[in-house]
Design a protein around this ligand. Sequence first.
Ligand code: MG
Length: 389
Amino acid sequence: MSAATDNAALAPYAAREEFSRGRRYPEEAPQYRNEFQRDRDRIVHSNAFRRLVYKTQVFVNHEGDLYRTRLTHSMEVAQIARSIARALQLNEALTEAICLAHDLGHTPFGHAGQDALNECLRDYGGFEHNLQSLRIVDELEERYADFNGLNLTFECREGILKHCSLNSARKLGDIGQRFIDRRQPSLEAQLANLADEIAYNNHDVDDGLRAGLLTLDQLREVALVRMQLDVVQAKYPALQGRRLVHETVRRMINHLVVDVVQSTTARIQAANPQSVDEVRLQASYLVGMSEATRAQHLELKQFLREKLYRHYRVQRMTLKARRVVQALFQAFFDDVNLMPDEHHAAALLLQEREGEAGRARAVADYVAGMTDRYAIREHERMFVPGERS
Ligand code: MG
């Protein structure tokens, strides 16, 4: 056990480094950090993490400086999850590591980019950002002399892979086994997953209002918003504009966090798991909201899907993103010589091993790794005559 571990604060059902299933390549224990802090630090130092600042959450980076990017989204997820982890006596460092890594595999242009790339790879195993996040931390990062990837702990990798198909699970070995056995991941992984939903539901309300694609009047239809808006307006009748929005959204987040802590505590008490392995054997997630709050949360999610993600201005971006991603993929897949040297070399290597599917995967790795602005520039270099190539 390393010096930085504070096991006294951990519940018996929390992940503990002394019971970790370890790293794929054994390493000496860190001196002044615990194993999960080391995971978190490796994620923060990775190239993929730095790219998140130029990747779209909902709004493309150049649409405005105040919108969430994948980076600020990931930090909000981590911040929400850490508060809950502490309240539940879970492993805070592991929770934080999973949250910071959860979107590393996202393509440029958010879900539009992922859907486009998935279509491009239809005949070659598809593209899924969760799997890509795992691929980045297991294979693609080149930072260490002794191994590819970041060599993270099993527990962190387990959390990053929040879902995958049975087909993929069979190829993944130990990390995919739980999908075949229908087991649960650690509570830290369950929490990271839920904090992701809480973060984006709430910050998308804020960003949607800022963009003028949503109005507070519209949002009054949604119980979760209306409840907090009523409280704020009763207490501060003169409050308007940004401050009214922020005061409402922060109360929405708080309401959800309190609900998650209370209902999860009740579920943990009822199930009474004495270790992470007992958590893994449960029939379902223990981390979650109460039924009533879950329904409100889903109502907001549905509202955002209809009114924000399907707004014509967001749809236009989606269409452009799709065209850029598909055009880049097709051009590089048809001629891997058009990719920069290291990606060209990776394509030849993977093609030798796995044929066309390998070539497609190497091209997908290149395209998925692009930031929004890099993809836009690369598209111009490839398709606009007169641009420097
Ligand atoms: Mg996310």
